[in-house]
Write a protein that binds this ligand. Structure first.
Ligand SMILES: Nc1ncnc2c1ncn2[C@@H]1O[C@H](COP(=O)(O)OP(=O)(O)OP(=O)(O)O)[C@@H](O)[C@H]1O
Ligand code: SF4
Ligand SMILES: [Mg+2]
Length: 366
């Protein structure tokens, strides 16, 4: 963990479609990005993160965890890019590397023209005001000994986000923005419900008025009834503040509703990148298709036996040779064991990494 960066982030303690049951009240209106063609706000180039585990004082065999294996992506201003995949596929690691909460092994992250990966301490401090993260577990990411007011005050002061005489007013405004009343000011994290704690987390992330938010499974720890409220709040804030987001989730249904584009990750590789409104009808990677088929339809009469994935996800310490999905793919062919397919355009801004999916003609990829 890059300590210097962690301390620059107060409160960070180390660490309606017809398919399925996403929170039904999640609004899809006015979600689409309108900035097509604009230079991306965020560009990630061939990002790699490998963790070394064991050995040294900790003992145990030394091994390497291949968490993120060369992901490239870009996000336009105002766009929400969803990142989905099974547990352990590298979603949070990707988000943390983008914000440089942990240092990547290699690759580059460029935010609004600034190289985050090589930024100096002071540049990084400035970037922290523009790039924030909402963590998955609203409880463990809040300091249990601080009231909402103290927590927000600490962030505002650390980043000198507003003049001193405006701090208190800003705290009240932030609580209002996330629909927590002024009575929340003097409460400690344990005095809030799960949904309220996540609102407080969001307020903390928004305190510095960022342009970009990594929302790491912001609703997965919450009851289904509360999930829709938090997603709608994020949607409203996104519009009001013109936020750009990386929205991490393991729930395709939520991502399809909330995001403009969806990136499907498997074993630290991006295997498919597709517009959210094309996901159900046009997803082409065998892994994405299996994930989609596993979502139960709303109508119980339409239910059919989901296609199950064969085998277990290989250990993240096993280096990938060939296609990362080959051990579980229902249509694998001999070539898939030898060569890892590149992520290639199949037209309409849709990219897939699979030998079985025909790529677009050069004119379509332009
Ligand atoms: N600090 C760390 N040290 C060693 N290994 C790590 C560390 N953080 C993550 N990993 C490993 O990296 C891989 C990817 O983890 P990551 O948390 O990014 O997955 P994820 O997709 O976010 O999973 P989940 O959906 O469960 O949150 C996992 O094998 C995990 O055990
Ligand atoms: S490249 Fe081969 S193994 Fe990989 S997803 Fe495509 S068909 Fe399956
Ligand atoms: Mg995670």
């Amino acid at each position: 963990m890059d300590e210097s960066l962690d301390s620059a982030q107060p409160g960070v303690e180390s660490p309606d479609g017809s398919h399925g049951h996403a929170p039904r009240a999640v609004r899809r209106d006015a979600v689409r990005s309108t900035d097509a063609g604009e230079r991306p706000l965020l560009r990630v180039e061939n990002l790699v993160k490998h963790f070394e585990k064991g050995g040294g004082l900790l003992g145990g065999p030394r091994r390497r965890v291949y968490a993120v294996n060369g992901i490239s992506l870009s996000v336009r201003r105002g766009e929400v890019l969803g990142v989905v995949g099974e547990s352990g596929c590298g979603k949070s690691t990707l988000g943390k590397c983008i914000l440089r909460l942990i240092p990547p092994t290699s690759g580059r992250v460029v935010f609004d023209g600034v190289d985050v990966t090589t930024a100096s301490r002071s540049e990084l401090r400035a970037l922290r005001r523009r790039m924030q993260m909402v963590f998955q577990d609203p409880y463990s990411s809040l300091n249990p000994r601080m009231t909402a007011r103290t927590m927000l005050r600490e962030v505002l002061r650390f980043h000198r986000a507003v003049p001193r005489d405006q701090v208190e007013r800003r705290i009240v405004q932030l609580l209002e923005d996330v629909e927590l009343g002024a009575d929340a000011l003097h409460r400690f994290p344990h005095e809030f419900s799960g949904g309220q704690r996540q609102r407080l987390n969001i307020a903390r992330a928004l305190a510095v008025d960022p342009d970009f938010l990594v929302a790491d499974e912001p609703v997965s720890a919450l009851d289904v009834s509360v999930q829709a409220q938090i997603l709608n709040l994020l949607q409203d804030l996104r519009q009001k503040r013109r936020l750009t987001m990386l929205f991490i989730s393991h729930d395709l249904k939520v991502v399809e509703h909330f995001c403009d584009r969806v990136m499907v990750v498997y074993r630290g590789f991006c295997v498919e990148d597709i517009a959210a409104d094309r996901l159900y009808d046009h997803a082409a990677h065998p892994y994405t298709r299996v994930l989609l088929e596993a979502i139960p339809p709303d109508d119980p009469c339409q239910r059919k036996e989901p296609q199950m994935l064969r085998g277990d996800v290989p250990s993240p310490s096993t280096p990938v040779s060939g296609c990362p999905f080959v051990a579980r793919c229902p249509i694998a062919e001999p070539r898939c064991r030898e060569e890892n397919p590149p992520l290639e355009s199949v037209g309409d801004g849709h990219r897939v990494a699979c030998w079985a999916v025909p790529t677009a003609a050069p004119a379509e990829t332009a």
